[in-house]
Ligand binder design. Sequence first.
Ligand SMILES: CC(C)(COP(=O)(O)OP(=O)(O)OC[C@H]1O[C@@H](n2cnc3c(N)ncnc32)[C@H](O)[C@@H]1OP(=O)(O)O)[C@@H](O)C(=O)NCCC(=O)NCCS
Length: 153
Amino acid sequence: MPESAHIEAATPADGPRIVALLAQAGLPTADLTPAALARFCVARDGDAIVGAVTVEHYGDNGLLRSLVVAPTQRGRSLGRALVEAVEQRARAQGLRSLVLLTQTAAEFFAALGYRVVARSAVPEALRNSSQFAGVCPSSAACMQKQLATPSDS
Ligand SMILES: CC(C)(COP(=O)(O)OP(=O)(O)OC[C@H]1O[C@@H](n2cnc3c(N)ncnc32)[C@H](O)[C@@H]1OP(=O)(O)O)[C@@H](O)C(=O)NCCC(=O)NCCS
């Protein structure tokens, strides 16, 4: 990850730039409300937002979605750092697993411990989310990672 970049919670003012990054990468944005955008994590480099990701909560499970790194910044471990940041936050918040849908980055997530699972194996609340219910194509791979929480140790 570039030394000048850091990962932090988004501010309300970041919303339009997060949407622009996602749209540039061809990821869904139509269902992202201002409140949802305010819950993102962003990678900030000076004044620029060079990456983003968020986790939606469905009971004990989270839906990791909208992971994006600016095209000029890819391959510098920012994507991995963003995933690790939201995993750490998810553990601290007591989530038991993270689920995601991806069309283009299954190998990237597999290297981070995510395993392909059947959509039918995912808790119903997640299957009713907008990502599952239509925003993400049905051809997208469904992946899950169990999170060890502090209470497991
Ligand atoms: C997927 C994405 C976030 C990765 O970000 P990144 O900053 O380039 O990733 P990193 O530099 O942290 O890569 C970590 C490792 O994954 C590999 N990798 C990166 N993107 C990959 C991909 N799409 N498929 C397979 N492997 C990938 C890297 O080569 C690197 O491997 P290494 O550890 O052996 O060097 C970025 O390519 C992106 O924004 N893509 C478009 C949006 C997208 O597909 N998002 C996922 C939707 S859920």
